[in-house]
Design a protein around this ligand. Structure first.
Ligand SMILES: *Cc1c(COP(=O)(O)O)cnc(C)c1O
Length: 384
C-alpha cells in the first residue's frame, strides 16, 4: 500500500491544462498482479501482443557478456544498431532514429511537431498513444472510424486528410487493434491526397507479420518517391521478442528530419543492453521468421475456433485477433482474469464489445478458449 499525503493543493491542478485532461494509457495487468489478485498460479498473457517464443537464442548467448559492460553509458548515437538496420532496410544510418521503444518515438514526434490547435488524423479504433501524445501537446487528434467490416475507411480517410489543414497523419499498418492492412494502392492514394506540408507517420509495429502478404503496402518504396517529410516506425518488441528491453526505431525521409528528432531525444534514450540485443537479434532472422510463421499458423486456428463459436473476427495480418464478443468486453475480460487469462477489452466508443487477443502458442489458445467457454455469455444468433 502506498500512503498518499493529504495535499492542500491537488497536484493535478498544477499540471498543464492538456495534462489535466489526458486519458491514462491502459497498459493492462502484469502476470504477477493477476496471480496475486486472483490467487492463481498459471497465467496466460494475451493482452500485449508479445512474442511467446522469446528473444533470439543467438542473442541470448551473448547476454552475460552484454550485462558485464552495463557500467558504461550506452553509445548515445546507437551507431552499431543503426548500421545493422541500414543494411537491412537500405536506408542510410543518418536517416535512422532509435527510440526507447517506438512509443518513445511517437512521443518525440508529438513533442517536436505538434502544438496547440495543430490537427492530427488517425483511425478508430486506435492505438492509444496515437491519440494521447498529440492531446498532451494540445493538438486536435481526429480518429476516423473503420468501416463496419473493420477495414480502413479509405473514402472517409481521404475526406479527412483533404478537408482542413493537416499537420500529421499517423496510423498503424497493420492496424492495432484491428489487424487489418492497407494496400499499396490505397496508401499511395491517401498520401497523394495529403497537403504537401503534412508529416506522414506509418507505424509498422507488426511489419514482420504482414510483409509477405500480397498487396501489403511497401511503405518505404511508396514514401521514397515523395518529396515530403515522413517516418516509418518499427520495433523489436513484437516479432523480435524484446518487448521488455524497449527498442524501436524510425526510418526518416531525410537527414533534416532526423536532426529535428535528435533535438527532442534524450541523449542516452536507449540502454546499452537493449541496443546490443537488438543488433544481435537482427542477425538472427531465422529465429524471427520461424516465430512469425508459427504465429500466423496459430492465428488461423484461433480465428476459426472463434468463428465456429459464432463470433465475427476481423481479418488480421498481425499477431493478434480483434473480435466482437457481443457483450461487455470489459466485464468479459474481468471474468477471464479470474481464470488467469489476460486479454485486452476495447474501451473506445462503438467498440465496447470488442476484445483484442494476442496470438501465441497453441497451448495459450487452448487456455484462452477453455476459459472463454467458461465465462462467455451464450450467443443467440450467430453472425456471418
Ligand atoms: C506495440 C506497439 C507499439 C509500441 O512498441 P514499442 O516499441 O514496444 O514501444 C507501437 N505502435 C503500435 C501500433 C504497437 O502496437
Amino acid at each position: 500500500m502506498t500512503v498518499t499525503p493529504d495535499h492542500r493543493i491537488s497536484p493535478l491542478s498544477l499540471a498543464r491544462a492538456e495534462v489535466r485532461k489526458l486519458p491514462v494509457y491502459n497498459a493492462g495487468l502484469s502476470e504477477g498482479a493477476v496471480k496475486e489478485r486472483y490467487g492463481i498460479s498459471q497465467v496466460t498473457k494475451l493482452g500485449s501482443n508479445e512474442n511467446p517464443y522469446g528473444p533470439s537464442p543467438f542473442a541470448l548467448d551473448h547476454w552475460k557478456e552484454i550485462a558485464s559492460s552495463l557500467f558504461r553509458y550506452p553509445d548515445a548515437s546507437a551507431e552499431a544498431l543503426r548500421e545493422g538496420l541500414s543494411r537491412q532496410t537500405g536506408i542510410d544510418t543518418d536517416r535512422i532514429v532509435i527510440g526507447n521503444g517506438s512509443e518513445q518515438i511517437i512521443r518525440m514526434i508529438c513533442e517536436a511537431f505538434l502544438g496547440p490547435g495543430d490537427r492530427l488524423v488517425t483511425v478508430l479504433p486506435s492505438f492509444g498513444l496515437h491519440l494521447i501524445w498529440p492531446q498532451m501537446m494540445g493538438a486536435r487528434a481526429e480518429a476516423i472510424p473503420m468501416t463496419p467490416e473493420v477495414r480502413f475507411d479509405l473514402p472517409a480517410l481521404y475526406e479527412a486528410v483533404t478537408s482542413a489543414p493537416l499537420k500529421v497523419l499517423m496510423f498503424s499498418n497493420p492496424s492495432n487493434p484491428v489487424g487489418c492492412m492497407m494496400t499499396g494502392d490505397a496508401m499511395q492514394t491517401l498520401i497523394n491526397a495529403c497537403p504537401e506540408d503534412t508529416l506522414i507517420v506509418i507505424d509498422e509495429a507488426y511489419w514482420e507479420y504482414a510483409r509477405s502478404t500480397q498487396d501489403y503496402a511497401d511503405s518505404l518504396s511508396i514514401l521514397e518517391k515523395q518529396s515530403r517529410p515522413w517516418m516509418v516506425l518499427r520495433t523489436f518488441s513484437k516479432a523480435y521478442g524484446l518487448a521488455g528491453l524497449r527498442v524501436g526505431y524510425a526510418l526518416t525521409s531525410d537527414v533534416g528530419l532526423t536532426a529535428v528528432m535528435t533535438r527532442v531525444r534524450d541523449p542516452f534514450n536507449s540502454n546499452g543492453a537493449a541496443l546490443e540485443m537488438a543488433r544481435l537479434s537482427l542477425l538472427d532472422q531465422d529465429h524471427m521468421l520461424r516465430t512469425v510463421d508459427a504465429t500466423l499458423i496459430e492465428g488461423r486456428v484461433l480465428k476459426s475456433a472463434l468463428e465456429e463459436r459464432g463470433y465475427f473476427v476481423a481479418q488480421s495480418f498481425a499477431n493478434f485477433l480483434f473480435f466482437d464478443a457481443r457483450e461487455s468486453a470489459l466485464a468479459l475480460a474481468e471474468r477471464l482474469l479470474e481464470h488467469g487469462v489476460i486479454v485486452k477489452p476495447w474501451k473506445e466508443k462503438g467498440y465496447e464489445s470488442w476484445i483484442r487477443v494476442s496470438i501465441a502458442r497453441s497451448e495459450d489458445s487452448h487456455a484462452f478458449l477453455q476459459a472463454f467457454d467458461h465465462v462467455r455469455q451464450p450467443l443467440n444468433s450467430p453472425t456471418v
